[in-house]
Design a protein around this ligand. Structure first.
Ligand code: BDR
Ligand code: CA
Length: 320
């Protein structure tokens, strides 16, 4: 297990692997990442989650093509969680996983190879603290890589996660948020790895809402990527499950990427995090403890506040 440390190596642009399950909000996060030169996107790894592993890989390739980022490899990963049966979230993302966005066969598909192998090889070759991982789906790929080769943790600068819930309660059960619920055993491996964690749970992502006015502002930009983002967000905001349309759907997955680009838009509290894997009732609950625990290093930060206007200004700036 690795002791929590601050960043060891900083390079500009930041070297990043983006692990996701697109997913409408993952897709918007990808558009933002592909449009941001401060990020050196080494690869996009995909995992079964919102929809099947085959669809999440295809969707990442579609979004890559829309963004014109064909140089970034997409590598498909785990087809099911570590232990539990798969739980998809198609009702939030549509049958394709991309809401009402027209899907097509991308010109370039996913690479040959497996996401877990890509993670292991890339981290093994990296310098200590060189690579940031962003995870916006179930953490199966990252957990499988850490379980197989624990030594790779040293290369991880921090793991920036969309997942978990505390004050807001869950969005799939009373106490669990989807990404953690979908693979709680993987989340447990990741939070116990000792890697520095930056967590964007529902407490913070529910503060960043895709209101009709914000979607209209994106649409007005007229670029292919802004139009795609507007269509994806419109799908989420139109879903009754996401609350009244005027309030707008929460913008979950773009938050970690937005933080990498505009850290001042978010506030955090240092904490310990544990994941519930035993109880049927609270499976996937994130136990967030702000009080110091004797003998335990606090290696996590929990998002508590977001400047939604800043996040949407960033999206507009990058997708125009
Ligand atoms: C998370 O669940 C998924 O459905 C979204 O893509 C996001 O990552 C929000 O709970
Ligand atoms: Ca996701």
């Amino acid at each position: 297990m690795r002791a929590a440390t601050n960043s060891i190596v900083t390079s500009s642009p930041r070297k990043l692997i983006f692990d996701c399950d697109p997913g409408v909000d993952d897709a918007v996060a990808l558009l933002l990442a592909f449009s941001s030169p401060e990020l050196d996107l080494l690869g996009v790894t995909t995992v079964a989650g919102n929809v099947s592993a085959a669809l999440t890989a295809r969707n990442a390739c579609i979004v890559r093509e829309i963004a014109g980022a064909t140089g970034v490899p997409v590598i498909a990963g785990c087809t099911k969680p570590l232990v539990r049966e798969p739980v998809e979230a198609g009702h939030f993302h549509g049958v394709s996983g991309l809401g009402s966005l027209p899907v097509f066969t991308p010109q370039r598909g996913a690479e040959i190879g497996h996401a877990v192998e890509f993670l292991i090889e890339t981290l093994r070759e990296a310098a200590p603290g060189e690579i940031t991982l962003v995870v916006t789906g179930p953490m199966t790929n990252v957990a499988a890589a850490l379980q197989s080769q624990p030594g790779i943790a040293v290369a991880i600068r921090e793991i920036v996660v969309m997942g978990g819930a505390r004050s807001e309660g869950g969005n799939i059960t009373a106490s669990a948020e989807y990404n953690i619920y979908a693979d709680p055993h993987a989340a447990k491996v990741v939070v116990e790895s000792g890697c520095p964690l930056v967590m964007f749970g529902l407490d913070v992502t529910h503060q960043v809402r895709a209101t009709p006015a914000r979607i209209a502002a994106l649409r007005a930009l007229g670029s292919s990527r802004a139009l795609a983002a507007a269509q994806l967000l419109q799908f989420s905001t139109d879903l009754p499950e996401n609350g009244p349309r005027e309030q707008g759907a929460p913008l979950h997955d773009p938050c970690p990427i937005a933080w990498l680009l505009a850290p001042e838009a978010f506030e955090f509290r240092a904490c310990h995090i544990d994941i519930e894997t035993q109880s049927k009732l609270t499976l996937g609950h994130t136990a967030v403890e702000f009080r110091p625990q004797p003998g335990r290093v606090m290696h996590a930060r929990w998002g508590v506040r977001a400047d939604a206007a800043r996040v949407f200004a960033l999206l507009e700036e990058r997708l125009r």
